[in-house]
Design a protein around this ligand. Sequence first.
Ligand SMILES: [Zn+2]
Ligand SMILES: [Zn+2]
Length: 155
Amino acid sequence: MQASTAITCSCGSSRFAAKGVPLVRAICHCTICQRFNQSDFADVTVFYRKDVEVKDDKNVTYTAHKKPAIVMRGQCSVCTLPAIEQVSMPLMPKLTIVPTRNLTDHSALPDAGLHIFYDKRVRDMYDDVPNYSGYMQSQIAFGAALIRGMVHRRG
Ligand SMILES: [Zn+2]
Ligand SMILES: [Zn+2]
């Protein structure tokens, strides 16, 4: 990823910039992601929050769709589509989840590393990407992929 990659929602009014390399890219099939993305699944790319600069989020409404409020999902009130998601997990560095389509430069983007909550899928995926079903298996696989990304970043 380039020094700075613009991130915009579909209407362009909610704007951010990614300044670091992504930690992991995943496809989530959970029902919350389906609803939030108005789509069959969510293709998301995760960054350290310190690597994502907020340029303009005055039209972004942040809502927790689940308790505890670990993920605050930011929706653009103009286009109603996802803008950004902020993750605060105990004992973990703060993270930002970016809907992959909101990244304007896909040239240095990693391939999706895993499908999670695959049991909730609307349709089957015909790719070589490993898939994980169920809450625990999905959480563990995502956590492991994230940690691999963090270790890789450090190395
Ligand atoms: Zn999800
Ligand atoms: Zn928008």
